[in-house]
Ligand binder design. Structure first.
Ligand code: GDP
Ligand code: IMO
Ligand code: MG
Length: 428
């Protein structure tokens, strides 16, 4: 019985939520291991749409134990809003387990995220404003607040005092904002403490025991390889480890226990926020992808930047994550294009790069070298077998497979759970 990591190969929003949900029926546990409510994962079941932020996508499959791992940063208010919304739609969330070692997002983290972005001006990252970066900074600076701290008011007060000591200097003297008090922070963080307490557990023990018993565990990433703090387009990244290694540190499960690493990639590319994006289209084709693909952020509603498939990026993701499988989503969106460009390499000031440039400036100046593949016009949304696809769609996928560094195991032809072609089972 496998331990399978599901992560993003590009800049996020590849369809990780759908891919994770699909494994739900045959999964015992789904654990989120990084990020927080910057993520927005959409799952469509029988035409009903769910947008999940903190809860793992497995929550929509009866019998699956959803886990929020130690690598996640938790906004407790958002967590309970999400739980209430899902419960109101008839889903049972009572088996959710939250790691006692996960960090919480304090109100001053949210404030600092927003004022820092404003202060950066044109150098801003374009964050989701949810306090993610500041919460992870506190974790690394060793002034963070963990879930377990909420159950000891004395320790919690001391930690908040320590954190605010530094932050109020910054807020008042640098950013010209009002100081935040210990009391208001305590009130905010303790609002749901009694409700949270029974959900909290030793999640590394839970996960490792489940694997010992032969159970199936899916590790669901937020964000994606190109937004990873180490391997992404730094500094235009998120603040957590969204790659395969993060699945281990963010859950407390060792790398020897992971059986499969699956990356989800769109049949084209999108990005939200600032930062380099070589295949970005600022023309009518970009607008066409945005409208046809419904490319507007699940979390912030921002229009996503759109461009063609970038095989250099996905090959890089294959390498960084040690991929075993690729899930290619939104193939249906490309229907109707006569020729579909695919980036196979970059040109940087006259120099050809077949692999991701190591130097950030080179990546900022990279222009794609395209190969032009033949398109198709037939509606493919009902295809359920590879052979149901028009021959040019098959050729498109086979070419992507050749240049992307991993086999394509599953293909998305629509947002619904059922709109999928399986070539290789991910849980065998
Ligand atoms: P995530 O953050 O990686 O989970 O992805 P998002 O949910 O933010 O964005 C993916 C969007 O594409 C969602 O609206 C999904 O419902 C939708 N989607 C996923 N797979 C497919 C697919 O194969 N075809 C189409 N048309 N939409 C898809
Ligand atoms: P899912 O899980 C797409 C982007 C933000 C910004 C950068 C840093 O749905 O794929 P942050 O708030 O994390 O400090 O913002 O990262 N970003 C995402 N883009 N999908 C996401 O999540 C993202 N989470 C963060 O837009 O550029
Ligand atoms: Mg998303």
């Amino acid at each position: 019985m496998p331990a399978v990591v599901v992560l993003g190969a590009q800049w996020g929003d590849e369809g990780k939520g759908k891919a994770t949900d699909q494994l739900g029926a045959r999964t015992d546990i789904v654990v989120k291991f990084n990020g927080g409510n910057n993520a927005g994962h959409t799952v469509v079941i029988n035409g009903e749409k769910y947008a999940l932020h903190l809860l793992p996508s497995g929550i929509l499959s009866p019998g699956v134990v959803p886990v929020i791992g130690n690598g996640v940063v938790v906004d407790i208010d958002v967590l309970f809003q999400e739980i209430d919304a899902i419960e109101a739609r008839g889903h049972d969330t009572s088996s959710l387990v939250v790691s006692s070692a996960a960090h919480v997002i304090a109100p001053y983290n949210r404030t600092l995220d927003k004022v820092t972005e404003r202060f950066l001006g044109k150098r801003r990252i374009g964050t989701t404003g949810r306090g993610i970066g500041p919460a992870y900074s506190d974790k690394i600076n060793r002034v963070g607040i963990r879930v377990q701290d909420l159950f000891d008011e004395k320790i919690l007060t001391e930690k908040i005092e320590g954190a605010l000591d530094q932050k109020n200097h910054l807020l008042v003297k640098v950013y010209n904002r009002r100081a935040i008090t210990v009391d208001e922070t305590l009130e905010d963080l303790l609002r749901h403490a009694d409700r949270l307490k029974p959900l909290v557990g030793d999640t590394p023990l839970l996960l490792n025991t489940a694997l010992d018993q032969g159970k199936t565990v899916v590790f669901e990433a937020g964000q994606a390889t190109m937004l990873d703090i180490d391997h992404g387009t730094y500094p235009f990244v998120t603040s957590s480890s969204a790659t395969a290694g993060g699945a281990c540190t963010g859950s407390g499960v060792g790398p020897t226990r992971i059986d499969r690493v699956v990356a989800v990639a769109k049949a084209y590319t999108t990005r939200v926020g600032e930062g380099p994006f070589p295949t970005e289209l600022l023309d009518a084709d970009g607008e066409w992808l945005r409208q046809t693909g419904g490319e507007f952020g699940t979390t912030t509603g921002r229009p996503r930047r759109c461009g063609w498939y970038d095989a250099v990026v996905v090959r890089y993701a294959s390498r960084i994550n040690g991929l075993t499988d690729l899930v290619v989503t939104k193939l249906d969106v490309l229907t109707g294009k006569d020729k579909i460009p695919v980036a196979v390499a970059y040109d940087v000031n006259g120099r050809r790069f077949d692999e991701m440039p190591d130097d950030q400036s080179d990546f900022h100046h990279a222009t794609p070298i395209y190969e032009y593949l033949d398109g198709w016009t037939e509606d493919i949304s009902q295809a359920r077998e590879f052979d149901d696809l028009p021959v040019n769609a098959q050729r498109y996928l086979l070419r992507l497979e050749e240049i992307s560094g991993a086999r394509i195991s599953s293909i998305g032809v629509g947002p619904g759970r059922e709109a999928t072609i399986i070539r290789h089972e991910l849980l065998s």
